[in-house]
Design a protein around this ligand. Structure first.
Ligand SMILES: Cc1cc2nc3c(=O)[nH]c(=O)nc-3n(C[C@H](O)[C@H](O)[C@H](O)COP(=O)(O)OP(=O)(O)OC[C@H]3O[C@@H](n4cnc5c(N)ncnc54)[C@H](O)[C@@H]3O)c2cc1C
Length: 293
């Protein structure tokens, strides 16, 4: 199994994110998506983890399936808030026994309302320390170019991110729509003497309402000019998709030209938009690259 920190040191990465499906039909869609994206030879693929451990088994099953039955390198996401130390230790040990070497260490969001269980963790930093103590993992973390929604101010957000990145091997960002927010974050990290690789996360908009909702939750700005362009064709899904792919292609090109260490696509478990962007930019295995980007 390949360590993502080492892949990043060797060159630019291409990666895809999936989430554990909730129905049998969605499972079939994910399976089809995995088959369709595998030929792009991603450097790694990641699988999200439901807040508070709600998809613990599902996340592990998908990760194991990818590791055993495909040529792709999987990285499980793992959150810690709302869980006990022993639960989290058990998961990390199982990943180690399965031969996995990469983990995305996240705080996750505190459980809402009633039924709130005990939590032995508050911040992702505590999970990084735990994961490091349990095995020789390559550890990634989350970065929020437009600040984490719970951050009281920019200065403390960047200070905590810098501290976290010093202990981790790399970061992947929340999605965003303007390259400058990512580049500004890199400058702010550099000013704090942190230069670990930060992979930008890109989401192709194929459903305006859905992405607008995600952006609100994630504290990412959905630019009004893009929203307007998409709403103008809102009753024509194919046109929305075409614009979404065009915009994501432009953003990805800008990020790679600016020297991003890789690109991470939020696939939403569907392959088409990601395949189209990859084809537009010649991303993928050597020999499939029309313009060598
Ligand atoms: C690439 C990516 C993948 C994700 N995958 C998942 C997933 O699979 N499952 C899921 O549930 N969620 C996921 N998330 C969402 C993430 O869990 C939430 O954003 C969560 O609210 C914060 O996680 P974090 O790891 O960024 O937290 P942290 O790094 O702990 O930061 C959370 C907040 O606390 C502040 N903070 C950090 N340390 C301190 C400190 N010592 N003192 C005071 N304040 C501090 C930070 O500035 C920030 O405001 C993902 C996010 C990204 C960007």
């Amino acid at each position: 199994m390949v360590r993502i920190g080492e892949l990043l040191a060797a060159g630019r990465t291409l990666s895809f994110e999936f989430f554990p499906p909730g129905t049998e039909e969605a499972e079939r869609t994910l399976e089809k998506t995995l088959i369709e994206l595998e030929p792009l030879a991603p450097s790694f693929v990641s699988v999200t983890y439901g807040a508070g451990g709600s998809t613990r088994d599902k996340t592990r099953q998908i990760v194991v399936h990818i590791a055993r039955d495909t040529s792709m390198t999987p990285m499980p996401h793992l959150t810690c808030v709302g869980q006990s130390r022993s639960e989290v230790v058990e998961i990390v040990r199982r990943y180690r026994e399965l031969g996995l070497v990469n983990i995305l260490a996240l705080a996750g969001d505190p459980p809402k309302g009633e039924g709130e269980g005990p939590s032995d963790f508050r911040y992702a930093m505590e999970l990084i320390e735990l994961v490091r103590s349990l095995g020789d993992f390559s550890v990634g973390v989350a970065a929020h170019p437009e600040l984490h929604p719970r951050s009281p101010d920019r200065e403390s957000d960047r200070r905590h991110l810098a501290a976290k990145l010093r202990e981790a091997d790399f970061a992947i960002t929340q999605f965003f729509f303007k390259a400058e927010v990512y580049l500004a974050m890199l400058d702010e990290l550099a000013a704090l003497r942190v230069d670990k690789p930060v992979i930008p996360g890109v989401i192709p908009v194929t459903n305006v309402n859905q992405v607008e909702r995600f952006a609100r939750l994630a504290g990412a700005e959905f630019p009004p000019d893009l929203a307007q362009r998409l709403y103008q064709v809102g009753d024509r899904p194919e046109e929305v998709r075409r614009i979404g792919v065009e915009v994501a292609t432009g953003l990805t090109a800008e990020l790679l030209d600016a020297g991003a260490p890789g690109v991470h696509f939020y696939t939403l478990n569907s392959s088409r938009a990601t395949r189209e962007i990859a084809a537009n930019l010649g991303l993928g295995p050597p020999g499939r690259s029309p313009n060598g980007r």
